[in-house]
Design a protein around this ligand. Sequence first.
Ligand SMILES: [Zn+2]
Length: 491
Amino acid sequence: MSAAEPVPTIGLEVHMHLKTRTKMFCGCKVEYDVRPNSNVCPVCLGMPGVLPVMNGKALELAVRMALALGCTLPGLAKWDRKHYYYPDLPKNYQISEYDQPLGVKGCLDIETSQGPRRIGIIRVHLEEDAGKLMHAEGGGNYSVVDLNRTGTPLLEIVSEPDVHGAEEARVYAETLRQLAVYLGVGDCNMQLGQMRCEPNISLCIGADAQGKPRYTPISEIKNLNSFRSVERAVTFEIARHREEYEADPAGYTLEKQGKSTRGWRDDEGVSFLQRSKEEAHDYRYFPEPDLVPFVPDRQWVEEIRRTIPDLPEIRRRRLINDAGLSEYDAGVLTADRLIADYHEALAEYVRDAKMAANWMMQDVMQILNERKIAISEFPLTPQAFGDLVNLVASAVINRNTAREVVLPRMLATGKSAGEIVKEEGLAQTSDESAIEAIVDQVLATNAKIAEDYKGGKKAAFGRLMGESMKASSGKANPQVVKAILARKLGG
Ligand SMILES: [Zn+2]
């Protein structure tokens, strides 16, 4: 047996709620802040004699995500019943897709501190969520169930075991979330349970006599609901597997234990055994007789493909490589799809992505932060804001006047940048003789500062600049002021 360093081998199952108005197989609303058991009906309560009807929007969103992950849609997709008894699932089976999932063989590119990685996607399939059990706290020996969540459209995304560390697992989950939010597929609010991660962890511990890799028995951590807990739980499990194996590498046999399902106690930072993991046959899968297998229409799929926006990573690379933005700025401007859209529209309008980025980073983002609003609530369209940017680019007003005077008035009054500049006489002057007169005046009244500059105090130049701008009521073209000042002081 080889004593090679064990290699963590991790696959992730991620469940996310799809952003639909209603449930997967009935017309009940999907809501998160309503009275328990208020959004239920005979279908999602599992009453006898009812028939499920598939939610078309859920299918559309699932197709969208599958396409964005580069999955192939095999054509026929089929519903199956997955049987288990649990009080939060009244019909005693979950409708899922077993052997013919919606999408297969995709991938997701992620960016870790160790560089870029590509994680394979085995499958993407649709199913329905179960309800929520709440156990009495403080000694009460009862539990209550809220079935509002029962039947919520759920997308399961299963990765290849391509993840090799805790950070990678976290970044994979974060990137998947960002993608789903970007595409409008789901809100993925983890506190609300809209996204849950289940890493399957084992260590590759060398190879057997035939050269076949050997692994420690897989443990699956259930229902992790924060990125932090994904990273911590995977770190914990890797160490646990390692410890168990290294305690007796020679006598270590995989038969000692089968696959296991474990829970995670976030407050203590430990995982604990829940049950030995079920095999597929334990669920007695069989085709759902109440729903026909279906083939997503090719043309419809292509229409969905056309509506998929450029993904964040592609936009980010474009900003770095084509527009010369820093990694940081490009990251900020593409993390949120609406911000990326705004920047793109602004860049197109002012015909300069870098200039647009500077205004976004220095002005728009600051206003969003100060007012605690989303870009969708920003009162100026990219075109209205672009008019302001263009006034600066064409030297009608200077940056400072734009920022300190015109922009706040645009926000307050809804007037256009051009109107405000005209009404308030803010247009700057580039008239050299007028500016020269102002500069002469400033040098005369600030002779001491001018002497300081000539004596080597470089900072004095800035003060003279400031005085000249002030003397012109902020309207002198700063470039012209600078050139005249430099000429006069240098000469
Ligand atoms: Zn219902």
